[in-house]
Design a protein around this ligand. Sequence first.
Ligand SMILES: Cc1cc2nc3c(=O)[nH]c(=O)nc-3n(C[C@H](O)[C@H](O)[C@H](O)COP(=O)(O)OP(=O)(O)OC[C@H]3O[C@@H](n4cnc5c(N)ncnc54)[C@H](O)[C@@H]3O)c2cc1C
Length: 333
Amino acid sequence: MNHSFSPDKTEASGLVTPPTLERWLTGPRFAGLPAPADGQTPPLLSFEFFPPKTEALEQQLWACIRRLEPLRPRFVSVTYGAGGSTQARTHATVARMLRETSLTPAAHLTCVGASRESVDAVARSYWEAGVRHIVALRGDAPAGSRYEPHADGYPFAADLVAGLRRVADFEVSVAAYPETHPTALSPDHDLDNLKRKLDAGATRAITQYFFDASVFLRFLDKCLAAGITASIVPGIMPVSNYAQAAKFSAMCGASVPAWLGRMFEGTEEDPEIRRMVAAVVAAEQVRLLQANGVDEFHFYTLNRPDLTYAIAHILGVRPAAATAGTPAAAGTG
Ligand SMILES: Cc1cc2nc3c(=O)[nH]c(=O)nc-3n(C[C@H](O)[C@H](O)[C@H](O)COP(=O)(O)OP(=O)(O)OC[C@H]3O[C@@H](n4cnc5c(N)ncnc54)[C@H](O)[C@@H]3O)c2cc1C
């Protein structure tokens, strides 16, 4: 076989095509991601679910919970629908987690459109049910209207955190925005707000999702420079439906890099390939973060377990010994 470079070819257009091997050898060289070290401690994980609306979605949620439970997340959180619309379902889901699983649940709680009294009452009912961790959020005004604090309410999440700490000795997590909250007065003001939430008694922040690892790493630098020392846990959203993710990202201020669109281009009608692409995209993101020292991750599961499970596996997380080898063993619960 002849291993010499193939000669330059002159096309009909007159352009000279460089010899293939020469082209390959002139590009930049990348070291690649480090292989996981032997004995490397797996990261701490948390998983987020949303409360189901129908019996079918309830089955899906519980299948998801059972599938992910053996990965022993340090906590799992359940969202609170816009304006508290899922109050009863969030409560029921969290209470069932406490009753029927080994998981430590965290209940999301928003203060938008509610009096302090009613928010405190919800918090107390969580405490009485045995819930010890709240993800404290302001929440959003209904689509199309501007946020106005309730006259007797907690105006912002920092106020809610302080209120919750008065109700009981909750562990409190709050939200952070690597690309700045969409309606913040400025990035610095938003960062001050994050600091206020932590100073009010929150112990960690979970970020809005992002796609470029560098967005998160730059944000960590800014947090440190602002004197924040609490954990800032990256929120990871494994994208399984690009069109939907792009639409949602526009609303919540997460930028969608052009390369992400190119990755999913042409997979619209091919769910199998789309899932493979999704796994690679998310795996690259978390591996890059892990290589940069990040050892805590929060997954937006969207009540679907497989991508989250696969990415957790890639990060080095394995199911508890007692349940190893029996994926989804507990069925739909
Ligand atoms: C991890 C995570 C989980 C979420 N879970 C839910 C959920 O379960 N249910 C739900 O409805 N939504 C949820 N959200 C969305 C969240 O409710 C919205 O992003 C909401 O717009 C902001 O909530 P916050 O807690 O960050 O608010 P805040 O921290 O109060 O900030 C809201 C905005 O107000 C600004 N601000 C704060 N204080 C002041 C002040 N004193 N004066 C002027 N401006 C101020 C901030 O800079 C920011 O722009 C979640 C978001 C994240 C990142």
